[in-house]
Design a protein. Structure first.
Length: 380
């Protein structure tokens, strides 16, 4: 599979085979033109190249239907994306200031949290799209924090968090890993197994975060405790205090689930990421060890068994990508067809709501490699 530099793409360019982002996401199917807003999106996400087995084909009419994988062609989608990028910027600046011992102004944090919550209320599906794509940027750590904030807030909303309580949850999620600035970077980047001393250094980060949030930023205890307890486990085997069950703050239990899922779908120096379905399956198979079962139920309601971005096969052999989920029916999401029941790859996409199409149902999640895509294409 060859690479194509983003700077070499142009508005209206088509390929006779699908184009992939980061080697694993179908960005534009075969025969569909790339638009300038698609190119702008790649540039904003600091993606420098795409990959394809195809060859360029003749120019396409300028009024042809758009086909942008991952982001909606809506004004609201652009606003959500801008808020998302600003949130990453804010977290990066805060991290640098804290690491350098500089005073930190809380105003950008409070504004960012308020904007993220507003975007979630306006378009939850759009924000889930950003979770799935955002961790693939060069700014993985900051994006992961923002993703955890979004997902934790969504779970909180399912659990009836509102008003000040929801703001505190989102703020705690946004700051939960701030203590990592006190951990040496060489440890965080290490690919080999950590020594016991290195592991102990990492396990101090919730305490550091609590102190930063409570002492330096002057946030209330209810926010600081989220950071302090987000590595405690339902069975009492977490850290730093080995708290168990209901002794762990509920907001911290929410962030624990959100943080775990985000970590699974994002790459780490020591492992590849998982597809959305596999990450969901891993989290749901916890059996009351790490996670609060009530929070897991809310998480499932938030994301569905087949999270947005998952590739699935239906009972008629058609294959598609999940684009939306129904909280009341997690096994029957909205699916955008990629391959029809005869095995033909579709240029123009058809969207099917499985909640309305009772005769169709998902039989399995699909690894893109089974479709002849490259080995690394197993991530949603």
């Amino acid at each position: 599979m060859k690479t194509v530099k983003v700077v070499d793409l142009r508005d209206g360019l088509r390929f006779d085979k699908p184009v992939y982002v980061d080697g694993d996401n179908v960005f534009v199917p075969a025969g569909i033109p790339i638009r300038q807003k698609d190119i702008d999106w790649l540039t904003r996400f600091e993606i420098e190249e795409v990959r394809t087995d195809g060859e360029p084909v003749a120019d396409y009419p300028a009024d042809a239907p758009l086909n942008l994988e991952g982001l909606r062609d809506l004004a609201g989608g652009k606003r959500s994306f801008d808020v998302y990028l600003r949130a990453i910027d804010v977290y990066e600046h805060i991290s640098i200031d804290v690491a350098e011992g500089k005073p930190v102004d809380r105003s950008p944090i409070d504004i960012t949290v308020a904007q993220l919550l507003e975007c979630i209320r306006d378009d939850r599906v759009e924000m889930i799209h950003l979770i799935l794509m955002g961790g693939r940027t060069a700014r993985r750590i900051s994006a992961s924090v923002v993703n955890t904030t979004i997902l934790g807030s969504i779970i909180g909303m399912v659990l009836k968090y509102t008003g000040h309580r929801l703001i505190q949850l989102a703020t705690g999620a946004f700051l939960h890993d701030l203590g990592m600035v006190k951990v040496p970077k060489e440890i965080l980047r290490k690919k080999e197994k950590l020594s016991s001393d290195e592991l102990n250094q990492i396990r101090t980060h919730p305490i550091h975060a609590y102190r930063i949030i409570s002492k330096e930023l002057k946030y209330p205890e209810d926010i600081g405790v989220i950071a302090l307890q987000h590595h405690e486990r339902w069975d009492g085997q977490g850290y730093p205090r080995k708290l168990k069950g209901e002794d762990i703050n509920l907001s911290a239990r929410i962030v624990t689930v959100a943080d775990a899922y985000v970590a699974m779908i994002n790459e780490r120096p020591y492992r590849d990421s998982l597809i959305g379905y596999s990450a969901m399956k891993n989290v749901l198979s916890d059996n009351g060890r790490y996670f609060d079962p009530r929070v897991l139920k809310a998480f499932l309601e938030s994301m569905g068994i087949y999270p947005i971005g998952s590739m699935v096969q239906m009972n008629n052999s058609a294959i598609g990508r999940v684009t939306a989920v129904h909280a009341e029916a997690p096994l029957r999401p909205v699916v955008e067809l990629i391959v029809d029941e005869y095995g033909n790859q579709l240029g123009e996409r058809e969207t099917i709501d499985l909640l309305a199409k009772k005769g169709l149902f998902i039989v399995k999640a699909v690894d893109p490699r089974s479709l002849g895509l490259p080995p690394e294409a197993g991530r949603a």
